[in-house]
Design a protein around this ligand. Structure first.
Ligand SMILES: *Cc1c(COP(=O)(O)O)cnc(C)c1O
Length: 367
């Protein structure tokens, strides 16, 4: 029977991942903040999810129901939180597999309530406010208050456990203390209307975690939904000017095999039309240079500009569906020889981890 080669390979260091989750969960815990560990970045790979559970997150969260459903079936005990507004067409399974979800549509809440009642369950909901990032959430806060009153008074299958918002995803809005306070204010308005305090105020994602590090999180924010910082600390820490030395930034490594090494011109030879994806490309003529071809491509990682070669004397110069071209001339000039069958390794950023962990062509190995 055919057995796939071990390359291309995604190596995942589980103990480093667990360390990162433990550190972040501990820092949040010290400030009374619950962590919903977001697993969508690594496509809910089960051994990774087990690290989230072992590290003691309060919720395991994903934007994809299929990832969460699988966890329930495999025995994960941590409460599961669906963080993308549910499809109206998936509410029955959502209630079946998840304990809680983020919501912004009364129509969906009604359907969720029906699904919960029909299964004899109580499904927990967090209502999402939109405070300017302009993806999901109630823009009209009166509409949000009406939804809260409806869940509170008319929907016995649902329990309103809190409010939340998302920032930094579409509108690039920063998680400033003032912006987070806006969510607290909206929440307190809703609490006045329903006549009780809510358990959770879910103040965003990884970008809000920097308020924990700085110690300037508005007091009532007590839940964050964190993914990226756990998987790839250095990228975000660097962007926000923080030191990530207590976390591991090399949880994920992508390895690819060299399938051809040749000296070739750098400018294509012939009449130039379009590349394999229908784009017109500008090619720079740098003369004859040594290049290595790798056996993986855009189908595996999306955009080759997002790949980070671990050898800085090599450069990814292009890719098609199943091939990636690396200029290895500078490395060669420094005495580093690349041969057919060699393996080159890459660090990943968030976009490439999502692709690579989703690719059927890639062997995942846990170390
Ligand atoms: C993806 C997502 C998160 C986690 O974002 P990170 O930047 O990976 O921490 C949180 N909340 C929602 C609604 C999301 O879709």
């Amino acid at each position: 029977m055919y057995k796939r080669s071990s390359y291309p390979k995604l190596e995942i260091n589980l103990s480093k991942l667990k360390h990162n989750i433990e550190q972040v969960t501990k820092k949040c815990g010290e400030q009374g903040i619950a962590v919903a560990g977001v697993i969508k970045g690594c496509t809910g790979l089960f051994p990774c999810v087990q690290q989230f559970e072992a590290a003691g997150v309060s919720f395991i969260a994903s934007s994809r129901l299929e990832q969460l459903a699988e966890l329930k079936e495999k025995g994960i005990k941590t409460p599961l939180l669906m963080i993308r507004i549910p499809l109206l067409s998936e509410v029955y399974d959502l209630v079946r597999y998840c304990d809680a979800s983020l919501n912004s549509e009364i129509e969906v809440l009604k359907a969720l309530n029906e699904a919960a009642l029909s299964q004899g369950k109580i499904h927990e909901v967090i209502l999402m406010a939109d405070c300017g990032d302009l993806r999901e959430g109630f823009w009209d806060k009166e509409e949000m208050a009406q939804a809260a009153l409806m869940v509170e008074n008319e929907m016995d299958g649902l329990k309103l456990i809190g409010t939340g918002f998302n920032i930094g995803c579409y509108g690039s809005i920063m998680a400033t203390p003032e912006k987070l306070q806006e969510l607290v204010d909206v929440t307190e308005m809703i609490e006045d209307r329903i006549g009780r305090k809510l358990e959770f105020i879910s103040g965003g994602a990884s970008t809000s975690y920097f308020r924990v590090l700085e110690g300037n999180m508005p007091e009532r924010i007590n839940m964050l939904r964190i993914g990226e910082v756990l998987l790839l600390p250095d990228f975000m820490y660097g962007e926000f000017g923080f030191d990530s030395s207590d976390l591991y930034s090399d949880v994920f490594t992508l390895k690819a095999e060299v399938i051809e090494v040749k000296d070739k011109p750098t400018h294509p030879v012939g009449d130039i039309g379009f590349d394999a994806f229908g784009h017109r490309i500008e090619y720079v003529d740098r003369g004859i240079r040594k290049r290595a071809l790798l056996g993986l491509g855009k189908c595996d990682f999306g955009d080759y500009n997002e790949l980070i070669l671990n050898n800085s004397d090599m450069e990814v110069i292009g890719a098609s569906s199943d091939h990636t071209i690396v200029d290895v001339q500078d490395a060669f000039d420094k005495g580093i020889e690349v041969k057919v069958g060699d393996v080159l390794s890459f660090s990943l950023n968030y976009a490439t981890i999502v692709y690579v962990s989703n690719s059927r062509n890639i062997t995942v190995e846990y170390v």
